[in-house]
Design a protein around this ligand. Structure first.
Ligand SMILES: NC(=O)C1=CN([C@@H]2O[C@H](COP(=O)(O)OP(=O)(O)OC[C@H]3O[C@@H](n4cnc5c(N)ncnc54)[C@H](OP(=O)(O)O)[C@@H]3O)[C@@H](O)[C@H]2O)C=CC1
Ligand SMILES: O=C([O-])CC(=O)C(=O)O
Length: 435
């Protein structure tokens, strides 16, 4: 019989029977054996005796996959009362992440766990959604989280069933999606990924917190968000976002570079429309050092052509250099997107997010997900900014990205409960990463 020593040395431990059983299940995932746990009093080690398996191993692994289990050291409860440093901590929040074994998550999860996103007094629980395909990798991610000893990370669980993983989730970051392969039509990608987001929307509707905030990253993210929210009618449509913050950050960087200023001097940067090559980085309303961009950068041809294209195609250029799509900067932009919703927007500024268009003041078609300028009081909610200006150039560009999103919507009608799909995409426009 093998004996494993489990030593949460930095913690005060107190386990109840169900936690002992969870710990046993979790460790049995690693060791593929049955376990006998011996609990000793606080501040001592917990010994796990590993006996030859009695039940078929495959059955145990399958059980663990279907029902998310706490992982390793995260099965240990902390004695919060005994820890002086935690006295002022807020109530734990549940954050679910799909595609948790993918590249973006590999950056994001560690930022979430560090306190960089929700603050140094906000303990979190991470609920990681994977698949049969990624389950082993997911265990690896959870092991790395264990080994990072983040004080604010109180729970980690992994699973493959969204109905289990999304239970009571207050923030859901939907990152997992099939990448578009060679020769695959955009309509095909919309359908394959749309199925994933329809299923996840249904799961959110059934089990997530009623006030859950959902940020969709997996592409094509605007239409995936629409599909998701249509399948979650009991959650306010306003709570769903498609990530266009990376595009905003890319646009700020290019304007700063051209103006010869540091990028913190660029504000009021709107990305309008789709996270695709039709997106519109708005240089009419953006500011540099508090002045309209056009007063600082007088080269209109550069703004209309080079700047706009550079932002639209940044993802593709990066893939050509790096051999894979932006992962670290995407994770940073997810952090920015969340922080923009949980901290008050600085006076006079705004941020971009792909949100539901119903009631928008810009005359953009209703019932699509469109990136627009938003402000937040820091309560997780947002309002659309009213005082923006338009000219013919901006209106024309907005109309093009709007037409693309309306066409994408018709392509996925079978997934949004709106009858038969009819796919007449105006031209085979690209994701930023596909150029
Ligand atoms: N909105 C934005 O600004 C950006 C969006 N993206 C998008 O984010 C998504 C994730 O990117 P990234 O983390 O780099 O990708 P990875 O390929 O590293 O990970 C993607 C994850 O998606 C999951 N997945 C779901 N369905 C499939 C499928 N049919 N085939 C393969 N994998 C699948 C996999 O996890 P599992 O097996 O656990 O389901 C996989 O781990 C992509 O859709 C990408 O286009 C990327 C950059 C910017
Ligand atoms: O197409 C991709 O996967 C990458 C992407 O969205 C981007 O870089 O903006």
């Amino acid at each position: 019989m093998a004996v494993a020593e489990f030593a949460p040395t930095h913690l005060n431990t107190r386990l109840n029977t169900s936690q002992l059983s969870s710990l046993s299940t979790s460790l049995s995932n690693h060791h593929r054996n049955s376990l006998r746990l011996i609990y000793r009093p606080r501040n001592t080690r917990i010994s796990c005796s590993i006996a030859p398996s009695e039940a078929p191993v495959a059955t145990k692994i399958d059980e663990a996959k279907n029902k998310p289990e706490c992982f390793g050291v995260f099965c240990v409860t902390y004695d919060l009362k005994a820890e002086e440093a935690t006295k002022s901590w807020k109530k734990l929040i549940n954050i679910a992440v799909s595609g948790a074994a993918g590249m973006i998550s590999n950056h994001l999860l560690f930022k979430l766990a560090s306190g960089e996103v929700f603050g140094p007094d906000q303990p979190i629980a991470l609920k990681l959604l994977g698949s049969e395909r990624s389950f082993q990798a997911l265990e690896g991610v959870a092991m790395e989280l264990e080994d990072s000893l983040y004080p604010l990370l109180r729970e980690v669980s992994i699973g493959i069933d969204p109905y289990e993983v999304f239970q009571d989730a207050e923030w859901v970051l939907l990152i997992g999606a099939k990448p578009r392969g060679p020769g695959m039509e955009r309509a095909g990608l919309l359908d394959i990924n749309g199925q994933i987001f329809a299923a996840q929307g249904k799961a959110l509707n059934a089990v997530a917190s009623r006030n859950v905030k959902v940020i969709v990253v997996g592409n094509p993210c605007n239409t995936n968000t629409l599909i998701c929210l249509k399948n979650a009618p009991n959650i306010p449509a306003k709570n769903f976002h498609a990530l266009t913050r990376l595009d905003e950050n890319r646009a700020k960087c290019q304007l700063a570079l051209k103006a010869g200023v540091f990028y913190d001097q660029v504000s009021n940067m709107t990305i309008w429309g789709n996270h695709s090559t039709t997106q519109v980085p708005d240089f009419l309303n953006a500011k540099i050092n508090g002045l309209p961009v056009k007063e600082v950068i007088k080269d209109t041809k550069w703004l209309e052509e080079e700047f706009t294209e550079k932002v639209q195609m940044r993802g593709g250029v990066l893939i050509k250099k790096w051999g894979r799509s932006s992962a670290a900067s995407t994770a940073v932009s997810i952090v920015d997107a969340i922080k923009s919703l949980v901290t008050p927007t600085p006076d006079g500024d705004w941020f971009s997010s792909g949100v539901y268009t119903n009631g928008n003041p810009y005359g953009i078609a209703e019932d699509i997900i469109f990136s627009m300028p938003c402000r937040s009081k820091g309560d997780g909610d947002y309002e659309l900014v009213k005082d923006v200006i338009f000219d013919d150039y901006l209106r024309q560009r907005i109309a093009k990205t709007e037409a693309e999103l309306l066409a994408e919507k018709r392509c996925v009608a079978h997934l949004t409960g709106e009858g038969n799909a009819f796919c007449d995409l105006p031209e085979d426009t690209m994701l930023p990463g596909e150029m």
